[in-house]
Design a protein around this ligand. Sequence first.
Ligand code: FE2
Length: 426
Amino acid sequence: MLDLLIKNVNLSSGEKNVDIAVSAGKITAIDQQINAQAIREIQANGQLATAPFVDSHFHMDSALSLGQPRLNRSGTLLEGIAVWGELKPTLTVESIKQRALQLCKWSIARGTLAIRSHVDISDDRLLAVDALLEVRHEMKDYIDLQLVAFPQDGFLRYPKAEQNLLRALDKGVDVVGGIPHFERTMAEGAASIRRLCEIASERGLLVDMHCDESDDPMSRHIETLAYETQRQGLQGRVTGSHLTSMHSMDNYYVSKLLPLIKEAQVHVVANPLINITLQGRSDSYPKRRGMTQVPEMLAAGINVAFGHDCVMDPWYSFGTHDMLDVAHMGLHVAQMTGVEQMQQAFSAITENAAKVMHLANYGLKVGANADIVILETGSAIEALQLRPERLYVIRRGKVIASTAPKQCQLHLEGISEPVSFSKGLF
Ligand code: FE2
């Protein structure tokens, strides 16, 4: 007797009309026509089944704080920093936790079951660390939450950052963060990367740095990050987040840089919603888009994921933590409208992001965790077109969220029918 049998789904890989069998929290078979008894059966009628969405770059400590203590009226980075500075002294473990738990509920409803969140360790009280460690524990049956010790005020620039970062790691934070472009000089940025990679190497941890989140084409810390990754034997364990300066770099330099990133197996996370609103902001026309070179890096064989970065916080007033919105924006900003590229944009919020996070047993395959999202659509590309309802969100074989299909009934003169937006092309 199976725990769950899902009948007649299409897979994001393109396979059509297959059944998925689940036992003891694992996928035990994916095949045409599985005939077996199951405790629960879901008739999917040709809807899309995918492994859950993965957000590999997020800030849960500031999420949903929009309006506290006041709105960012100008929408600029500078006013966002000022608003956050006003909120910081009033934060409590409980208030951070409440917002984070609310965010987790939104994520589950949207089918996002793994999140890598940076957590600011510049606050000597480490309130956000304590709050998010509790959230990670309380939500572990539903969401894989990975925490990055993020020295927001600079690792060398803020005197207590190393001490705080080590304390955060001792408390159980998973990943070593950094922000080299925010250090006082290029040399200090490079020194911060070296030291942070050493800490990761000594402790056997992953690294994920905010790197070159700038429009300055001379912000080239990614080169040092790739170099230190190789020098310290961290291949495959390091991520460069944002890399927006690459948008403005000299093309000849980028042609040398991309093979170095590939050689060091550095993962990349672009954050299209935030990059398109914050970068190029001080340009007159023409205005740069500011997102990193996503199609070029994918073509070079580099693993690239898309992250949400922010949801309703002092820097970004939008977002309901829907990764399909992220991929939708990402493919627009990067002009990835080729058929294969649209498929790649879907991978950037699923399997590529899972690789960034080193998630074990991820994917729709036999032996993987039975973590499955069924969407009201027939394919991955149509999911990007429609951003449809997540009909079922399944974690380890159990339905943990369900949403009714979207329905709109027209009441026009002589026309009374339900509207479908699906073209069924992909
Ligand atoms: Fe970020």
